[in-house]
Design a protein around this ligand. Sequence first.
Ligand code: FUC
Length: 779
Amino acid sequence: MKSGFQLICWLCLALFNAHAQQSLLWYTKAADKWNHALPIGNGRMGAMIFGKADNEVIQLNEESLWAGNQVNDNNPGAKARIMEIQQLIVNGDNKQATELSKKYLLGTPPELRSYQTLGNLLLFFDHAGTVEQYRRSLDLETGVVSVSYSVNGVRYTREAFASAPDNCIVVHISASKPGSLNFRLGLSRNRDATVTAASGSTLIMDGQIIDSVSAKAGKGGKDMKFNALVKVMADAGKTEAKGGEVVVTGASTATVIITAATDYNLQKLNFDRSINSKEICSSIISDAARYPYKELLRRHEEEYSKAFARVKLDLGGDNFSDIPTDQRMEKVRKGAIDNQLAALYFQFGRYLLMSSSRKPGVLPANLQGIWNNDYAAPWNADFHTNINLQMNYWPADVANLPETFMPFAHFVDQLRVPGRQTAREMYDAEGWTIHHCTDVFGRTGIHDGVEWGASPLAAAWLCMNLWEHFRFTSDTAYLRNLAYPVMKEAAEFVQSFLVKDKHGYLVTAPSTSPENSFILPGGERGQFTYAPTIDVELIMSLYHGCLEAGRILKDDPAFLKGLGMTLAQLPPISISKRTGGIQEWIEDYEEAEPGHRHISHLLGLYPGETIKPADTLLFEAAKKTLERRLANGGGHTGWSRAWIINFYARLLDGEKAWKNVQALLQKSTLDNLLDVHPPFQIDGNFGGTAGIAEMLLQSHNGYIELLPALPAAWSNGEVDGLVARGGFTVKMKWKEGKLIDASLLSEKGGARKVKYHNTLIDINAKAGQVYSLNKELLQ
Ligand code: FUC
C-alpha cells in the first residue's frame, strides 16, 4: 500500500507528466547543427541555443537587421506599357505579353536583399573531464531553455530566455560547487562589425552592413548600422576583459544580458532609419542590469506564461513524454502514432508565434520567424506575400494569441505608402498594391522575375488576414482605424485595375496563379494569364469583407454599391472538364506540374469561404483538386502540407486531415520541431498549428462548429481556450469520438449559431458569460 507521502509524489509525477506531454521538448545531447538548436525570442530579438557543454554557441538575431535600402523599385516604363500588355494577355498573346513584362514591369532593381544574422555569443568552458548526465530542454510553459550536465561531480546549469518586459536575452549559468564556474565569453560576427571589450564586464559590437548590391546602386555606406551589447554579472570570483573577451573565474553563478538594435526606427515603423542604436542598447542594458537574475526570470515568466497558458490541448493516446523529443520524432517518422507529439507541435507553433511576433518587436514573423543564421538567407528570409506571410498568421486568433497579430497589421498598414506609389506608377491605378514579396524597407514592385512576381492582388491577400482578425475579435476600433482603411484602399486598387475580357467579365491582367505553370496549346509553358481563379476568390473575399465592414462603419454607400456591381461581373469559379477539380486558370489549361506545391485555386476553401459544403459541386470539385495534387507528389514542402491539413479540415474530412498532420511530422519537421521546406521555413509550423485547431473548431460559414474534423486517432481528448469568430473562447472534452462536455465563454456577447454533428442551436450571449452546451447539443 502506498503511504500518503508516496501518493503525493506519485500524483506530482502524474501531473508533471501530463504537463510534460504538451509543453516540453527535451534531448540528451547538444545540438550538432543549427537545425537542431532550440529557439527563443521576445518578438524583437531571437536566439538559437545549441547547448554545447564545452563551447556553447548562441546564435543571435535582431528583427530589423537587413541588407539593402529603401528604394523605389517600380519599373519606370510600366505605366506607358501596361494597357498594351493587358490587351495582349486578354487576347491570348501570352508570349509577347511575357516578353514586354520582363522589360517594362519587372522591378528596378529586381531583387530584395537579405535579413541577416546578428552574430554569435560564444561561451568557452574548457571543462577538464567527461561530460555526464547531459540534458537540454525547452519548456513552452515558461519559455526557458535549460542545459545541464555534470563534470567531475560538479553540476553545471544554464538557463536562457528572451524577455519581452526587459527587451533582452538573458543567460544564467551556475555551478553546484561554489567557486567552480570558469568561462570566457565572446561575441562574433565575421562580417561588417567589430567587437570590443568595453570594460571588464561588457562587450560591444559595432557594425554597418556593407552590401555589394547597394554599393553598385550607388547607395554604399547607406546600409544599416547596428550594435549589440553584452553585460556579464558574476556573483563572486573575478570578471575581467582579456583579448576582446570577458573572462570569469572562480564564480558560482553568472548572469549574461544581451541586447541589440539597428538604426531602423522600430517606434515609428515608417521605414525611417534615424535611430541611435548604441544609445538604445545602453539604456536597455542598464535598465535590465538593475534586477537580480531571479527577478529578471520572474518578470519574464509572468509576462510570457499568461499568454501561453490560454490554451490547453490534450489529444489523448499514449504518453511518451519520458522519451527524448528527437527519439519520438524518429519513431513517428517510422510510422508510430504519438498524439501528444501533435499536441506539442501545436503548442510549439504558438510558442514560435509569441517569440517572433510580439511587443517589443514591431515587424511580423518572416519566412524564418526571427531566426536566421545566414547573411544571404534562403529567399532572403523575406516576407513572401503569395501565401507564406499570410500563413504565419493563420493561428494567431484561433490559438488565442491576438496580440501576435498586431506587428503584421501595422506592417501591412505601413505598406500602403509605397503600395500607393506602385499602384500609381506601374498601373496608373488608385489605392495600393504589392506583389509576391517584400522586405523590411517595404518594397512593393515586382521582384525575382515576372513569372513569380506578377501577382498584383497580394494586397487583397494580406487584407484577408486583417478582416479575419476583426471577425475573431469584433474590435470595431481596430476595424475603423486600421483594417477597413487598408482594405478599402486595396479594393480601390482592384476597382481601377480590372479590365474587360472578350466575354465582358471584369478581369485582372496580367496575373499568375502563384508560381504554377501551364502548357499552352503549342506545347510551350506559360505562367502569365488573366483572372486566375485565385484572383476571383481574392476579390470575392476582399469585397464581401469590405461590404460587411462598410455596413458596420456606415461607409459611403456609393463606394459599396460599386463593389457589388463588380462582384456581379467577375468570371465564375469553374470546374475543369479535364480533371473534375476546380479550374486553376481562366482557360482549362493542362498543369505543367500537377503536383505543384501551391494550391492557390483552393483559396476559396481555406482561408476563404467561397467554396462551402452547401455548394456541393464546388465542394466536391475541391476534393478532386486535392486528390490530384497529392497523387502527383503534392504536399512536398512543409507549408504546402500544412495548407492541405487546413483544406481537409474545411472539407470536414478528419481522417485525411490527420494523415497530413502525420505526414507533416514525418517528412517536414526537424528534431527541434521546426518546419522544413526544406530548408527551414517557419510557415509550415504556423499553418500546421492552425490546421490542428481547424480540425477541432471552425467558425466561418455563419456558425461555430465543434469537432468538425475529428480523426479516429484523436478519439479521446480535451481542449480549452481555442477561439471562435465573434470572440468566443471554447472548452470541449470528447470521449470515443463523441463530445461529452462543451462550453463557450463570450467576450463581447452577441447572437451565434453553434453546431455539433447535425444539431444546430442558437445562442444569444451576454458579454462575460459562460454557456454550457451540454443540454442542447449532447443528447
Ligand atoms: C514561395 C514558394 C516557395 C517558397 C518561397 C519562400 O515562393 O513557392 O516554395 O516557400 O515562397
